[in-house]
Design a protein around this ligand. Structure first.
Ligand SMILES: C[S@@+](CC[C@H](N)C(=O)[O-])C[C@H]1O[C@@H](n2cnc3c(N)ncnc32)[C@H](O)[C@@H]1O
Length: 211
């Protein structure tokens, strides 16, 4: 039986609107985020890092955008990746990420705004659980492409209903049509939570930045 409070916290994160409210929600959730997601069978960071390892050689600086408590980067570190840089909207989530000890740098930044990194600063990027209801906008892709070197991979997931109905599909296709990234691989739609939240369906995409 999944923990009811875990499901409530997830529902609240999907329901809030605006960066300020979202930041408060994640600040409040940070302490129990990992245990709540474990209770719900959250497998997205594990799966995304498996896709990442299929495409990205070890070595080079990696951005974990919307890193939260660091679930994806902890997996990347186990897989041998180093120089992991995390950004997130929530200072409390960044605080939990700091406790993992796997990041070389952690900074508060807001996706959808200009990111405070030089162009081509990263060899690759991973973004898990961030392109979902009420979270980061698809305009974030422009900045990810700017700061990942040409030839570098961007591994991300998008919640399926957001992909289909909130302009993500069009934006992602436009970026490809305009020669800014190429799709290397995409998963079939799957349930990111194995125990609860059965209505949530997501897909993982692997893009290669070309400019
Ligand atoms: C569902 S959690 C995913 C965290 C982590 N990537 C994982 O897979 O466990 C979403 C995270 O994205 C962050 N976030 C939401 N919108 C954001 C934005 N516009 N810019 C940066 N971080 C954002 C939240 O603070 C939260 O830590």
């Amino acid at each position: 039986m999944p923990d009811q409070e875990a499901s409530n916290n997830l529902s609240s994160a999907f329901a809030v609107r605006g960066n300020e409210a979202l930041e408060t929600q994640y600040d409040d959730w940070a302490n129990t985020y990992d245990q709540d997601n474990a209770a719900m069978g959250f497998r997205l960071p594990v799966l995304a890092t498996a896709f990442f390892a299929r495409w990205v050689p070890i070595g080079g600086k990696v951005l974990d955008a919307g890193c939260g408590t660091g679930l994806a980067s902890e997996n990347l570190h186990i897989l041998g990746y180093r120089d992991l840089v995390g950004i997130d909207l929530s200072n409390a989530m960044l605080g939990r990420a700091r406790e993992t000890g796997v990041f070389s740098d952690l900074r508060r930044m807001v996706m959808g705004q200009r990111l405070d990194f030089a162009s081509n600063a990263f060899s690759a990027a991973i973004v898990t659980g961030v392109f979902t209801e009420g979270h980061a906008p698809h305009s974030s892709f422009d900045e990810l492409i700017r700061i990942v070197k040409p030839g570098g991979h961007i591994v991300l997931n998008v919640r399926e209903d957001i992909y289909q109905n909130h302009g993500f599909r069009e934006k992602m296709d436009d970026l490809e049509a305009n020669g800014l990234w190429n799709l290397s691989e995409k998963s079939d739609p799957f349930r990111p939570f194995t125990i609860s939240a059965s209505h949530v369906i997501a897909r993982i995409f692997v893009y290669q930045a070309t400019s």
